[in-house]
Write a protein that binds this ligand. Structure first.
Ligand code: ADP
Ligand code: MG
Length: 516
């Protein structure tokens, strides 16, 4: 039974497999290699996932969920979710455990459940294509995903009926797709510009060993921002003409974003495109149409600052890793936005060399996940060894809210480390261990992963008990922390809070959606 590899993307999901030593993506019945990571509910109360869900998004913006990956493993009260709420057309509420709940009709779904529905869809797709049941998968995650986000990805797979053989970092997967079957040692950069996020990674490849040297990125920089830039440009013209801003109307806003994305994609292959939208606000004035010509060079002017932001992140990542651009042997382009000519041109200028164009930017990560799946599945000599690094520093809170680093950012994983801590008061019989993730020196700058209490510490003057705290990160990048009092042998480990998620009954065949 083959193990599949899945690129569970924010915008699109791709599934790959290695058959007879040949890595390939699994195409759907219409020959498409990716599936929109979109879920919707129709008027008959049926859930559906994929192309049709995306196609009806502009007429059903509040009943269509996209970008669920951006909410996965996040706290509702956290900065990222708060920043996302105004951007997303569907309603997000706070669940009792502070995870975000997504409203879909009368249902409130967790991002995990939505991701599970997408995974279930590609599982069935793979089963139909391969004519075999599929029970295991390697799933890729962004390199910057923290513990919670990784755990929820695994959890989503479980709900979908898939056991996760391994989580693999997206840039590592892309590098695997690049390095497979070729003898290409050296240092490469993976430039991944997707729908919602930008990531840059520097890897070293040699003798089947893939070593991530550094990663950087921005989780709020992606194709959506390009769509937004075009939509704002068009909205301003519309507003000048009719004195009404279509961005202030939920339905018009979503339709405008869709049309903007369409025009943006057209302008990757043509010099000029027409942004047309009929009856932008049918219930105000049905004669208000939008019809504007946008040229590639106008699009480039609108979007140049976004591309420059990505390059600034590249600069910072190279600087902080102390790597010179001249040492890079190849640049792998991943993600739909790297198809934009401006992006390719600026990457070429910035790196001083043309990027590699032999790898399909939509398929590289799914193919790489499939190669990893094959490697785990076989005990042959085509085994590839992966070394990944910790994306953010892990630390423990000490007196005064100071973060004491335990494992530094960019440490290779799997990794195990123990440190001895002590008490700050006489006869202190318990200690609270709070684990933080991030580069700040104070807890207010970092995000808290977990807190637990170690009780039963031997009565002793301050500074004398010896409490050993061990951090173990497994191959999937999942952390477990144990604290033990070396005198009383009392010990305690992090409790993993399980967010209960229910499996959704998703239609396997897509229903025809009735237009509103
Ligand atoms: P993710 O990793 O977030 O799932 P993808 O790698 O699938 O995302 O990239 C999706 C983004 O790429 C979208 O914003 C989409 O508009 C954009 N995109 C896809 N094809 C093109 C193209 N030919 N030209 C410009 N942008 C494109
Ligand atoms: Mg992606």
């Amino acid at each position: 039974m083959p193990v599949i590899g899945i690129d569970l993307g924010t915008s699109n999901t791709c599934v790959g497999v290695v058959l007879d030593g040949r890595p390939q993506v699994i195409l759907d019945e219409k020959g498409r290699s990716t599936l929109p990571s979109v879920m919707a509910l129709n008027r008959r109360g049926q859930f559906f996932v994929g192309h049709l869900a995306k196609a009806q998004m502009s007429i059903n913006p509040t009943g269509t969920i996209h970008s669920a990956k951006r909410l996965l493993g996040q706290k509702y009260s956290g900065r990222d979710v708060q920043r996302l709420i105004p951007e997303l057309p569907f309603e997000i509420s706070q669940l009792p455990d502070d995870s975000p709940g997504i409203k879909l009709g009368d249902n409130v779904l967790t991002p995990t459940e939505v991701s599970a529905a997408v995974l279930k869809k590609v599982k069935v797709l793979a089963e139909n294509a391969l004519n075999e049941p599929i029970t295991n998968a390697v799933i890729s995650v962004p390199a910057h995903f923290d513990n919670f986000q990784r755990r929820e990805t695994k959890h989503a797979a479980e709900i979908a009926g898939l056991e996760v053989s391994r989580l693999i970092n997206e840039p590592t997967a892309a590098a695997l797709a690049y390095g497979y079957g070729a003898n290409t040692p050296g240092m490469i950069a993976v430039f991944d510009f997707g729908g919602g996020t930008f990531d840059i990674s520097i890897l070293e490849i040699g003798d089947g060993i893939y070593n991530v040297l550094a990663t950087g990125g921005d989780t709020f920089l992606g194709g959506n921002d390009f769509n937004n830039a075009v939509a704002h440009w068009a909205a301003e013209r519309f507003n000048n003409k009719y004195h009404f801003n279509p961005m202030n109307d939920i339905a018009a806003h979503q339709r405008l974003l869709d049309a903007s994305e369409y025009v943006k994609i057209l302008l990757s292959t043509q010099e000029k495109a027409q942004l047309t939208l009929q009856q932008v606000l049918p219930d105000i004035d049905p004669s208000w149409d939008l019809d504007e010509t946008l040229t590639r060079s106008q699009l480039e002017t609108l979007c140049a600052p976004l591309v420059e932001r990505a390059l600034t992140i590249c600069q910072q990542t190279f600087d902080s890793a102390n790597i010179s651009i001249a040492d890079i042997n190849d640049i792998i382009m991943v993600g739909g936005m790297t198809r934009m000519p401006l992006v390719r041109r600026r990457v070429t200028e910035w790196f001083g060399r043309a990027p590699n164009t032999t790898i399909n930017p939509d398929e590289a990560v799914g193919i790489g996940a499939a190669i990893q799946a094959m490697a785990l599945d076989s005990i042959q000599d085509n085994m590839v060894l992966l070394l990944d690094v910790l994306p953010l520093t892990l630390s423990i809170e000490a007196a005064g809210g100071v973060c004491i680093p335990v494992i530094a950012k960019n440490t290779k994983i799997p990794h195990h480390v123990s440190r001895i801590f002590t008490t700050s008061r006489d006869n202190q019989n318990s200690v609270t261990i709070s684990i933080y993730q991030g580069e700040g020196h104070h807890i207010s700058e970092n995000s808290r992963l977990s807190t637990f209490e170690l009780t039963g510490i031997r009565q002793a003057p301050r500074m004398t008990p010896r409490i050993e705290v061990s951090f173990s990160i497994d191959v999937n990048g999942i952390l477990s922390v144990t604290a033990i009092d070396l005198d009383s042998h009392q010990s305690q480990s992090i409790e993993i809070v399980d967010l209960t998620a229910k499996a959704l009954d998703v239609l396997e065949s897509e229903p025809v959606v009735q237009p509103e």
